[in-house]
Design a protein around this ligand. Structure first.
Ligand code: ADP
Length: 403
């Protein structure tokens, strides 16, 4: 606003126009502005005050300000006024309180009030600026109601989810229990079948005809296969229930490789597959011997299974720093790159490229991976369709004393 010199010609007119501009300014404000004298009488007000409280200007002037306060608060308000007079400063009124104004018709509405002193000829007047916050309160209330509603819904959904989770967990552990006991029960008669078939095949109790030998051979082969499958199911159920632990011991690694190879040799020979041990680690290894054999057997078994007649399968192993690197390699059908991450998932079998060979469960690799990881190691695959695959293990070499 520019400064107006009161002595300049036309200053009075300009002065009054300035005053009218101030008045307009006062009336343009949406907040009610009231001036109250020391006795609490309203002395000046703007138009917003008339609209807000429902009194006209004539009714307002001389009206005691307590009339604008809810009846229940009036006596308190008088006290507040006198304490304000003791420490007059510009500040909001009733900080932290929910203030209300009362209209002429007696209805109440939420307000925010700020006060400032106005000294007139030595007498303290107070300017109160009153903001009607009904809309803001309504919005806040709506938000609060919505928030409460959402919180209640969320709590309910959470509870439902929690209950569902518990059900799923229970069903899962029942399934695991069932699989574990089932596999266990199935193994006992299978061992009997395998044991007696072996006895018959040895022909110690009398000779068998050629046909009978063939029949016994089939019984043995399928019973052993069934035993492998049952063992896998048992393993996976133990893994899922967290009951599969390791029993580490020190043993001759190469002897272990030879044992596993001996177990697969017959299978490889029937497909005319050359099986080679290219291990360069002729030391003792501290690990779970039975589980390591299972790892190597699973990988070798797959290698022979997925390698066509006349191919090659071999194991390489060597120490690199503090780890033993083992690779089980074949010149078989290979695994397409996009399938490679999935083969370590439960029940996953590569579709077309497996070439119709579907005799497994799809549990071998997930179990193998878990066993390798239990040993603190890692497994990965490198493969090219039509060329072959190589499964690589890295096992940390742990000292027996350190374990
Ligand atoms: P299974 O052998 O019982 O089917 P695995 O979990 O051992 O289950 O293997 C999963 C799948 O990975 C196999 O079905 C096969 O498609 C693929 N696979 C595993 N090893 C080889 C391999 N050496 N060569 C080609 N494919 C393989």
């Amino acid at each position: 606003m520019t400064y107006q010199d009161p002595n300049a010609p036309g200053a009075a007119r300009q002065e009054s126009s300035l005053e009218s501009r101030y008045r307009k300014l006062l009336h343009a404000v949406p907040d009610a502005i009231l001036e109250v004298d020391q006795e609490g009488r309203i002395t000046i007000l703007n138009e917003a005050a008339e609209r807000m409280f429902g009194y006209n200007r004539a009714e307002f002037l001389g009206l005691n300000v307590e009339n604008l306060v809810p009846a229940a608060m009036r006596s308190g308000h008088v006290k507040h006024r006198s304490s304000y007079a003791a420490h007059p400063n510009t500040r909001p009124m009733g900080t932290g309180l929910e203030l209300q104004g009362q209209r002429k018709d007696g209805s109440l509405f939420p307000v925010e009030i700020s006060l400032s002193p106005n000294w007139i000829e030595g007498s303290l007047h107070v300017i109160a600026s009153v903001r009607d916050i009904s809309e803001r309160k309504a919005v806040e209330n709506r938000i609060r109601v919505l928030r409460e509603q959402y919180t209640a819904e969320l709590t309910m959904k959470n509870e439902q989810l929690e209950a569902r989770n518990q059900e799923v967990e229970r069903a899962n552990s029942l399934k695991t229990e069932f699989l574990a006991s089932m596999s266990h029960e199935l193994r006992t008669p299978l061992h009997t079948i395998i044991g007696f078939s072996e006895l018959m095949a040895e022909q110690l109790e009398g000779p068998l005809t050629e046909k009978q030998q063939r029949f016994v051979g089939h019984i043995l082969q399928d019973a052993r296969h069934l035993l492998e499958l049952i063992n896998e199911v048992l393993d996976i159920s133990k893994i899922e229930s967290g009951r599969l632990g390791l029993k580490r011991e020190s043993f001759d690694f190469n002897a272990c490789v030879e044992e596993v190879m001996a177990g697969i040799r017959h299978q490889a020979a029937t497909k005319n597959i050359l099986l080679e041990n290219k291990n360069a680690f002729h030391d003792s290894l501290y690990a779970d011997r039975v589980r390591l054999k299972e790892i190597l057997y699973n990988l070798l078994n797959n290698a022979v299974k997925f390698t066509p007649e006349g191919g090659r399968v071999w194991i390489e192993a060597a120490r690199q720093g503090d780890a033993l690197h083992i690779s089980v390699c074949d010149t078989g059908i290979g695994i397409p790159e996009r399938e490679q991450p999935s083969i370590f998932e439960k029940f996953y079998q590569v579709g077309d490229t497996t070439g119709g060979i579907r005799e497994g469960t799809g549990l071998g690799l997930p179990i193998t991976k878990h066993l390798v990881e239990l040993h603190g190691g890692a497994i990965s695959v490198a493969s090219q369709p039509g060329k072959g695959s190589s499964f690589r293990l890295v096992l940390p070499l742990i000292q027996e004393q350190a374990a």
